[in-house]
Design a protein around this ligand. Structure first.
Ligand SMILES: [Fe+2]
Length: 188
């Protein structure tokens, strides 16, 4: 069945109404990315690194995240649960934890998860992760968050020092644009 964005949003809203945790939403996302060709038809083939806002409310945010080739985003948290459903390419997630007693919120690596096409991975409310697209083409994933992704007070961690700082949305947007610039110059 063809992916239908309005239907998907309605299904996510219904799932959230049934169950405030990520569980029901994860099932909806898993069902959808189980047919990647259909998602690609519905959302369109990825053309550039970007974050497309598909739906945004107080209690639910749905994004179409297109990662640039070999692009990496620094460790950050969300302060709400999330479900990542990959419909093309790959996402490598590194999970981080705060070092107990460390000043400035320094983190250390705590685990990793390689996500492939058709995977629908839940992330807990307190998760800190960084994401790399390890392949040489664009990766596309539907990211669903159990809250207002853009309004929440969040942190990011400097990729060099691993120290905590306030999350900067503009910086994230710039990272996607830089990925496009690198890709464009590589083609010349
Ligand atoms: Fe994230």
């Amino acid at each position: 069945m063809r992916f239908d964005l309005d239907r998907f949003i309605a299904d996510c809203r219904l799932a959230l109404a049934e169950d405030q945790s990520h569980k029901s939403v994860r099932e909806v996302v898993a069902r959808v990315v189980a047919d990647p060709a259909s998602v690609l038809k519905g959302l369109g083939e990825p053309r550039r690194a970007e974050v497309q806002k598909l739906y945004h409310s107080e209690d639910l945010t749905i994004l179409n995240v297109i990662w640039g080739p070999r692009m990496t985003i620094m460790p950050h948290n969300h302060q709400m649960w999330a479900v990542i459903g990959v419909y093309t390419g790959r996402e490598d997630n590194i999970f981080w934890r705060r070092i107990p007693g460390s000043e400035n919120g320094k983190v250390e690596a705590a685990g990793a998860r390689a996500l492939c096409e058709k995977d629908a991975e839940p992330l807990g409310r307190n998760i800190i992760h960084s994401v790399t697209n390890p392949i040489s083409r664009l990766t596309g994933a539907i990211h669903v968050y159990g809250g207002d992704f853009f309004g929440a007070e969040r942190s990011e961690w400097d990729p060099e020092t691993l120290l905590e700082q306030r999350y900067d949305v503009e910086k994230t947007v710039r990272l996607f644009e830089e990925a496009n610039a690198v890709h464009a110059s590589a083609k010349v």
